[in-house]
Design a protein around this ligand. Structure first.
Ligand code: BGC
Length: 766
């Protein structure tokens, strides 16, 4: 389709109308020109296509589909291929259901465990986030269906999400919050980007030329279209100019009228409107021209895939040997979630599952009629957090009579959801009390958790095993069963730190903000970047997860010991399954900067790979690291910069468990510009060999005259210090002294004009 020509034939009214939705889920058709409308639907972990026959299409039930595990779970798989398969399956469903864009993935960083929507987000780490999103997008778009990476940008809380401003400094934006989008946008090219409701640094994202145009399009080369989050538009004309092409759902024509008016009165160049229409039509036709009108999809196959993904995502947090269970053991399954698991979160991502397997369904599937060794007791209520003594007593009796008690606990819907944040990190009290009560009669307790974000575990010491099953989709019951009985070997790793208590979290003091201002004062120290730097104890570190087998790492090597920052470093290692059962290992590669001028985290995740191994099998893994792996974002040059020096390449089984490491020396090819002025310190000037030569004669004079005692410049003998002033103080005084102070501390040493001549020379030679 020649989209430019088509736009040339559109009237002003038609062009304005194309830039907003027809209703909640459709773009507008322009019948006169044969432009069809397409449907967009929520995801991201399944298809939430609203039934258009209902009276209120925004809130009614959606069609029956498959609920895959939510992003909190899939991120823990650390498995790019698996996420691709999930995206591909969702793409198939969209083709069959005539949905042109499925809204997601959501890549906002988990700044705090309190964010009500964390279950929809991948991780506290931007690299893991952007890699998972890349696979999701590529999977969906392989079926010629679009995605909408969201919510761009700084939407890390639900509290006042539509009005608040996230105050984030430039380096933190680049290294953490933008980085989560950047990789996926550059490599997977999502058809659409959804801009968030909030402001960033006081600027409404839906109107931000800086974020929508300068960074997204100019820097990252984005060529799809930007759609507003539902109702995120404020000033439509300003938004259009900045690069917000499609408003969703619509403003009942109000904003369209303003666009028309602005073109007429000359405040909006019509070319901007044409450009927006072209961008929208390009994507529309990408879908329309690749429609598969006879497409079908296999519900049962997708259900099986959902079970497989859940199995690969579950994280085994603790195991004193109680797991896996044996078929003949008497097992008390306890907890309402064993019969009705919480397997997805509330809000726009809620899928109408065509079926759901609970743990008890999976018990039936595995043991059929001969399941007398397995009992079920409800244990607690899910509606209210009230201790039910009868339910609790039944559970305790069942546990006492069994070899093992498996307690299904977690957060009910009311505890976490889109639209509001959590106020604490606790499980319902009735569940905590139940776990303690059961532990009094049964030492072999396994707790299975269904939650979208970390919880405190006051009972951890009384358990023999803990399984983090997250919100694992409609097949979660089967997946947990597979893991409990060892049919699947756990291989999930935490994509977020589990802190000991909410007070320990980096944003604790400022999270939620004051009225509409939320300051991200912890800066780049989000998640493990903070806990590791502060050497804090945590409940479970980022990247942690156990297996029923063991792995060893050998022949770890770097292909060079030193390199320029423009070169690539090849890192390889051989991983062996040293246990007795098939399993998968996630090899995590972290980079640590040994000495650095900028304040940096101890280590940062820069690569990972998941490898499947039979007992005794060895596989070689190779990673290629480029400049970005060693760089930090420098706000002086507005670019990624490598400070030359030594870096440690570390392979770990978590951010706290480094298995092997080697050092590489990296030479910087870009020097930071130095500008000297009268406030430049002597220490900084001496650190620059060429500049040091320029001021050395003046320093020598200064040292011999200095009334506060002699100072030394490099290469000189220490002078005699006065009693009150130590040598160290003298050195520090000199190092931190700005050039201008020469005039006051050593009057007569040089004139004002001479000093400024020296500054001029300093700038000329560097
Ligand atoms: C949510 C988006 C969602 C949209 C459409 C918004 O409130 O923030 O994630 O895609 O609604 O349902």
């Amino acid at each position: 389709m020649d989209v430019r020509k088509l736009v040339g034939r559109m009237t002003l009214d038609e062009k304005a109308s194309l830039c907003s939705g027809k209703d909640f889920w459709h773009t507008k058709a322009i019948e006169r020109l044969g432009i069809a409308s397409i449907m967009v639907s929520d995801g991201p972990h399944g298809l939430r296509k609203q039934d258009m026959d209902a009276a209120q299409p925004s809130i009614n039930e959606s069609i029956k589909a498959v609920c895959f595990p939510a992003a909190c779970a899939t991120a823990a798989s650390f498995d790019r291929d698996l996420i691709y398969q999930m995206g591909h399956a969702i793409g198939e469903e969209c083709q069959a259901e005539d949905v042109g864009v499925v809204l997601g993935p959501a890549v906002n960083i988990k700044r705090s465990p309190l964010c009500g929507r964390n279950f929809e987000y991948f991780s506290e780490d931007p690299y893991l986030t952007t890699e998972m999103a890349t696979s999701h997008i590529k999977g969906v778009q392989s079926k010629n269906v679009g995605t909408s990476i969201k919510h761009y940008l700084g939407n890390n809380q639900e509290h006042r999400r539509m009005t608040s401003s996230s105050q984030i400094d430039e380096r933190t934006l680049r290294e953490i919050y933008l980085a989560a989008f950047e990789g996926a946008i550059k490599s997977a090219k999502p058809w659409t980007v959804m801009c968030s409701y909030n402001k960033v640094n006081g600027e409404q994202i839906s109107e931000s030329e800086h974020f929508l145009n300068d960074i997204l399009r100019e820097e990252w080369g984005y060529d799809g279209f930007v759609v507003s989050d539902w109702g995120a538009v404020r000033d439509r004309v300003v938004g259009l100019k900045a690069g917000l092409e499609l408003e969703m759902p619509s403003s009942g024509g109000e904003h369209d009228k303003r666009i028309v008016q602005a073109v007429k009165d000359g405040t909006l160049d019509e070319k901007i409107l044409d450009r927006a229409c072209e961008r929208i039509l390009n994507i529309l036709y990408k879908y329309l021209e690749n429609r598969e009108p006879n497409a079908t999809w296999d519900k049962e196959e997708h259900h099986k895939l959902s079970r497989k993904i859940a199995g690969e995502s579950i994280v085994l947090l603790k195991n004193n040997g109680v797991l896996p269970l044996h078929d003949r053991q008497r097992v008390a399954m306890i907890g309402a979630f064993a019969q009705k698991p919480r397997y997805q979160g509330g809000g726009s991502s809620h899928i109408n599952s065509f079926k759901m397997d609970s743990l008890m369904d999976a018990v039936q599937e595995k043991f059929g009629q001969c399941r007398s060794q397995i009992t079920y007791s409800q244990g607690y209520e899910t509606m209210d957090d009230i201790i039910n003594p009868v339910l609790m007593a039944e559970a305790v009796v069942a546990a006492e009579k069994s070899d093992v008690a498996v307690i299904f606990a977690g957060l009910p819907d009311s505890f976490e959801s889109e639209g509001y944040d959590r106020t604490h990190m606790l499980l319902p009290n009735c569940q905590n009390v139940l776990i303690e009560a059961v532990s009094k009669v049964q030492p072999n307790i396994v707790v299975v958790l269904h939650n979208g974000s970390p919880v405190e575990m006051p009972w951890i010491g009384s358990t023999a095993g803990i399984i983090e099953a997250y919100l694992g989709g409609q097949a979660i019951g089967g997946a947990v069963m597979d893991l409990l009985y060892g049919d699947v070997n756990p291989s999930g790793k935490l994509a977020e730190t589990f802190p000991l208590r909410i007070e320990d979290t980096p944003s604790y003091l400022f999270y939620g903000g004051e009225k509409d201002i939320t300051e991200y004062r912890e800066g780049i120290f989000v998640g493990y970047r903070y806990y590791d730097k502060k050497k804090m104890d945590v409940l479970f570190p980022f990247g942690f997860g156990l297996s029923y087998t063991t792995f060893s790492y050998t022949n770890f090597s770097l292909n060079k010991e030193s390199m320029k920052d423009t070169e690539e470093l090849e890192v390889s290692v051989e991983v062996t399954n040293t246990g007795n059962t098939f399993g998968k290992e996630v090899v995590q590669l972290y980079i640590a900067d040994v000495v650095s001028t900028p304040i940096r985290p101890i280590r940062e995740l820069k690569e990972f790979a998941k490898v499947a191994l039979y007992p005794g099998e060895t596989k070689k893994i190779t990673f290629l690291l480029g400049k970005r792996a060693f760089a930090y974002y420098n706000v002086q040059i507005n670019d990624w910069h490598v400070e030359g020096g030594e870096f440690i390449v570390q392979l770990g089984q978590s951010s706290r468990d480094i298995v092997c490491q080697k050092t590489v020396s990296v030479e910087a090819t870009v020097m930071l510009p130095i500008v000297y002025d009268d406030n430049s310190t002597i220490g900084d000037i001496l650190a620059d060999p060429k500049a040091a030569e320029v001021i050395r004669p003046m320093l020598e004079l200064y040292n011999s005259n200095n009334s506060m005692g002699a100072c030394e410049s490099p290469g000189q003998e220490a002078g005699t210090a006065q009693e009150a002033i130590s040598d160290e103080m003298n050195k520090a005084m000199l190092a931190y002294m700005p050039l201008r102070q020469i005039l006051s501390f050593a009057p007569g040493l040089c004139s004002y004009e001479e000093l400024h001549k020296i500054i001029k020379i300093l700038n000329e030679i560097t």
